[in-house]
Write a protein that binds this ligand. Sequence first.
Ligand SMILES: [Zn+2]
Ligand SMILES: [Zn+2]
Length: 285
Amino acid sequence: MSEVLQPATNPRVYAVMGVMAAVHLGCFGVIYTGVSTPAVIVLVITYIVRGLGITAGYHRLLAHRSYKTGRVVQFLLALAGCFALEGGPLWWVSHHRSHHADTETDKDIHSPKTQGFWQAHMGWMMTNGAFEEKGANTRDLHRFPELKFLQRYYVWVVSSQVVGLYALGTALDAINPEWGTSGLQLVVWGFFVCTVLLWHATFMVNSVCHTWGSQAYDTGDASTNNFLVGFVAFGEGWHNNHHQFPLSARHGLLWWQVDFTWWLLRGMNVVGLVSDLKLPKEMRD
Ligand SMILES: [Zn+2]
Ligand SMILES: [Zn+2]
């Protein structure tokens, strides 16, 4: 029986369903809270910080080790990734490494070719397979207790940002009521709206970037380069490039292939926060 049709036996599947539904519904809170300049600024900042936490932190650093950095920067990037509500770092990395190892096979839990578009986009997180024990492919990360801490206390980390956003909105309203913001308004825009936008930007890498776009390289799978996803997911939409060169810290390989994550990493490299940025062999000096 296909994974899709199997009844969920893991209670965490129902927890994910509940959280996904609640976060989407939470966006309707904008009807009650309205919008303000601080709310838009917070939305932009949280989208960028959480997005880069996923792309530069979870993906290019933890999953692929495509550059080197110190423990503090690694922790901060992983923390920003946690805030995106896409699972703890070890869980995320484990599934992503499985995707690269078994792309487009029955073992690839989010392949649109074998599982369908919806399943690849977000349905796979609501199946038993999403919570099968797969710690074996993240053993290299187990030597970092701070990452295990983030994984274990992930729910508390996510909750802390909600409290922080509420406190910030309340403080801004107290400082200047004319800004028209509130604690609840910043939670709605900085957490609910931001999470839904970033979720679908990230999920499109698995669904859209294995369905629509162009193939610069014959990678033997359905991975594509897609400009839209490249833009909203900070460079992750150059996914065919990434399947061809999974260890490369740079995914947008041509000048017009916008890759904000690569720009961030180049900047961090200049100021000495990261080093040894890996590139495809033909791009090295
Ligand atoms: Zn892929
Ligand atoms: Zn990858």
